[in-house]
Design a protein around this ligand. Sequence first.
Ligand SMILES: Cc1ncc(COP(=O)(O)O)c(C=O)c1O
Ligand SMILES: N[C@@H](CCOP(=O)(O)O)C(=O)O
Length: 430
Amino acid sequence: MNYYSLNKQAPNTSFKDAVIKGLAPDKGLYFPESITPLGDDFFKNINQLSYTEIAFQAIKQFVSPEIPDEVLKTIVEETLSFDFPVVQLDDNISTLELFHGPTMAFKDVGARFMARCLGYFNKDNTNEVTVLVATSGDTGGAVANGFLGVKGVNVVILYPSGKVSDIQEKQLTTLGKNITALEVNGTFDDCQAMVKRAFLDESLTNNMQLTSANSINVARWLPQLFYFMFAYKQLHKKYDDIVFSVPSGNFGNVCAGMMAQQLGLPINHFIASNNENNVVTEYLKTQLYAPKPSVQTISNAMDVGDPSNFIRIQEIYKNKFETLKDNVSSFSFSDDATREAMKEIYTKYNYVADPHGAVGYLGSKAYLQENPEAHCVFLETAHPTKFLDVVEEVIKEEQPLPEQIQAVMGKEKVALEISTYEDLKSYLLK
Ligand SMILES: Cc1ncc(COP(=O)(O)O)c(C=O)c1O
Ligand SMILES: N[C@@H](CCOP(=O)(O)O)C(=O)O
């Protein structure tokens, strides 16, 4: 598959090149040249397929011929070595748990898939790559874990100081080896802007091969489309009108759901559920896209003021506002509403949701008011114990720590503090 830049000022390129570059030379995000639907039979018979078979069929067209089928099968099998259960709360609401991987957030799948693709492209040890990542909480830990010890790959993670949870910080600052954490005096948007600037800085790119492991990279982003198919497999016999409510920040995950829809997944609507960082909610009301500085919330991984993937969403719906509105609703919720939702989910369903999942739950409820026949699946994008302080304070109950979380608790944080792009540059050139 070839990819084009959404800025349309750079040559089309192969999957391998798109993964190794991350961002196109004209600063545009890469997008596949074509999308071939999988066919009705694939979805009718999805029950008979395993998760790895679904994932293999779904991703194959985007990575071939550069990743041969046999290699792709192994990559997919190794990537998906944990479960993706749907938990039904009532007849209108379910949650898809995406936190059963090693760092207990939905980023594990994309990070593990991309690490293996880069490992394959560097099998002869000829392409040393520096992976730059901006994180508002979960991408950093997942990428650190997924890329740990991958030969020929150095990972540099930028995270906003004081704006990620304690456990998220441990996950991204304690692994050492080929992983370095930079603690940035700023917001997630500052981190993301520094990363994007570095890709265009010839004094860096002439000296090293830089790539990104954020969802701007197609190998990190596209595997997220599996989730929507996995949920559909579990629910389609029971419900006709399945709608996904996706807690959204950089909009990579909901946009991956839309790619699943383009592949033929019979889903008519998505809910992009936001915290108070509501650029897209506002866009759908006003048709004006106005990025603004992010504000800090208890669903910190969604504190994004200028979502990278919005441009991909526009491309999917052919830049037609009415088509976008037909396919997507968006709602924004305060921290107080999020806390109330966490309490409600716990008392009504005896289910402990994390703050991001709770925003997804609120989006489901808002949508159901107008569409009571729908079955809404909100994505539980991270395990509640990643946000222990907030969760225990709200539900007033101590939470047992899963072994993935216990494993990082006592470890010592190692991070370099930086404030400016020049600091990042001098670190990279050292
Ligand atoms: C727990 C959690 N929920 C939701 C999101 C938002 O996902 P996206 O950036 O793909 O919109 C993130 C971060 O990306 C996250 O870590
Ligand atoms: N919410 C993310 C921020 C970056 O999103 P990405 O999907 O583009 O990597 C995080 O938790 O770090």
